[in-house]
Design a protein around this ligand. Sequence first.
Ligand code: 4AD
Ligand code: MG
Length: 441
Amino acid sequence: PAPKVIKLHQATENRGVRVKINGWVHRFRAQKGMVFMVLRDGSGFLQCLLTGDLANAYTTQTLTLESTISIYGVINPVLEGQTAPGGHELIADFYQVYGLAPAGEDAITNKVQENADPSLLLDQRHLTLRGETLSAVMKVRASLLRSFRKFYDENHVTEVTPPCMVQTQVEGGSTLFGFDYYGEKAYLTQSSQLYLETCVPALGDVYCIQESFRAERSHTRRHLSEYTHIEAELGFLDFDQFLSHIEDVICSSVDSVLADPIAGPLVKQLNPNFVAPARPFMRMAYADAIEWLKEHNIPNEEGKPFQFGDDIAEAAERKMTDMINKPILLTRFPLEIKSFYMKKCHDDPRVTESVDVLMPNVGEIVGGSMRIDNLDELIAGFEREGIKTDPYYWFLDLRKYGTFPHGGYGLGTERILAWLCDRFTVRECSLYPRFSGRCKP
Ligand code: 4AD
Ligand code: MG
C-alpha cells in the first residue's frame, strides 16, 4: 500500500503506520551496520533507524547533514530504556535524497561551528536558524505574538497597521533613521504611538504589532536597530487601571505561551527555572528607586551617587532589577527625562504618569504613560523638547476635536522573549537581527 505522507508533528498519532516523511538530515551517527539519523521537518524531530542494505549503502558522500530526503517506514515506540524525540523512531525501509548537501570542506558543520566568533555565526544566520535553540526561540516568539493578539482580541482592542514611513518623531531625534521620500525628508518610525492615539476616537482601544526603527549607536545586550514593537493605546482610563492592564496583558500572554502544547515545553527547555510572574507586580516610584540605588551604593552614569532627576541608565537599572529579582512597575518619572507627551501627576507636577516594566536579566521591556490631553500643555511639551509642531498638526487636532483621557505603551518583543527564553541578548530573539554594523543576511 502507498505510505501515508505526514509531517513530524503528526508522528505520535501515526505510530504503527507506514509513512513517508520529507525533511532535512539534522544529525546522525553510524555504528556497526546501523545508522541512527534524526530527521527534522520544522514541525518536529524524529529518530530514524537504517539497518541492513540501507545502512550498508550509506557513506559519508551519499548522505550528509542538511540534505533533504524523503524517508519511508513504520513509526514504532522506542524500546524500554531508550530515548528519542517523542519516544518513538522510524524503522526505515527506503529513502530518497532530494537535495544532497555538500560533504568535506563545504559541509554545514564547517560553516556553523558551536564556538565560532558570534559575528561569523551571524553571517550564517540563514543556516544557524535551523539549530535547535534558535528555532525553538522563533517558535516561542510566534506563540507569544499569537498570545498577545488573543488577549487584545478578547478585550476588544482592535488591530491596526500604522505606516512605517513617517515625518514625525516620538522618542527623540538622535535615534531617527532618515531617508529621502520623493525629495522630502522622512523617517522610519520609532513608535506607532501617535498614530494609535488618532485611532482611538474612530475604533476604540487599538494595538499594533509593527517594526520600529532606532539608530542606536552603541552595542548593548538589548538594543536593535529594528525591532518588533507591540503597542497599544487605551481610552478613558486612569493611571491605576492603565497599570493593571499592563500586568494583565503580560501575565495572560505568558500564561498562554506556557499553556501552548508546542511553545510551553520549548520555554521549559530554554529556561528550566522560569516561573510565571504573579500579579500584582511590585510597584516602585522613580523617587524610591533613586533612594534604593543610593542605599545600595550603585552610582549613576557619572560614577556619582544618584540624585532625583538622573536618568537610570541600563547598567544601574539592570543591577537593581537583578537584585530585586522580580518584575517591577517603575512609575512616576520626572518630566525632564521623559518624552514630550507624558501627562503630569496631579499630586506632584515634577513627575509624570509614566511607567517602565523591568524584568530580571533584561531590565526595561515596556515603556508607557498616560498622555497629555490638553492642547496648550501639549504644545508646551513640544516647546520644551525643541520640536516644531507643524508636522504634528494631526496629532494636535486630537486635543481639539474631542480630547479624552488616554494612555498607551510599547513592549519590545525581543526583550520580553529574552526574559522568557533566558537569552543573553535580544539578538538571539530576532530572526535576522539588525544593529549598527549589521544589515545582512
Ligand atoms: O520606551 P520606548 O522608547 O517607548 C516608546 O516608544 C513609546 N512611544 C511606546 C508607546 O507608549 N506606545 O520603547 C518601548 C519599548 C521599550 O520598553 C523596549 O522594550 C523596546 O520598546 N525598545 C527596544 N527594543 C529593542 N531595541 C531597541 N533599540 C529598543 N528601543 C526600545
Ligand atoms: Mg523606554
